[in-house]
Design a protein around this ligand. Structure first.
Ligand code: FES
Length: 148
């Protein structure tokens, strides 16, 4: 299966979708690039004296790729300590889907941002990947006019 097929498959059968009433931590991230938002809920448990992630759920407002990545990520972080989960990059969190196309990398960053916000309270906004069409129209251009 290629990345697109894996994303389609993950969207058809998303894991850990929905709010968690008894969550220990909640994190939210928004993308200024596309306006999408993602929220993650995390529940911890004690395992051999260590605090590890028991389960995580998510809600995504708008983006299919973010749903696919969050579905994978909430599975991947189970059993990890907060430090281990924080050490995971957006590439790690989306790895089961394969390499994302450049325009979809910020979708994985959105998931990473919600996870980091839940675990640290830090607000991590996805980096703008490219100017939007409206930005390109509004951006001032330096145009040299030559009078003859
Ligand atoms: Fe913006 Fe996916 S298109 S988060």
């Amino acid at each position: 299966m290629n990345t697109e097929e894996k994303i389609d498959e993950a969207i058809r059968n998303p894991k850990n979708l929905g709010e968690m009433a008894e969550a220990d931590a909640i994190g939210t991230a928004g993308s200024s690039d596309c306006g999408d938002m993602l929220r993650m809920w995390i529940k911890f448990r004690n395992e051999d004296g260590r605090r590890v992630i028991d389960k995580a759920t998510f809600q995504s407002f708008g983006c299919q790729t973010a749903i696919a990545v969050a579905s994978m990520a909430t599975e991947l972080i189970k059993g990890k300590t907060p430090a281990e989960a924080l050490a995971m990059s957006n590439e790690d969190l989306s790895a089961p889907l394969g390499a994302l196309p450049p325009m979809k990398i910020h979708c994985a960053q959105l998931v990473e941002g919600a996870l980091k916000n839940a675990l640290t309270g830090e607000v991590v906004a996805p980096k703008a990947v490219s100017p939007t069409l409206s930005d390109s129209f509004q951006a001032p251009k330096s145009v040299k006019i030559k009078f003859t």
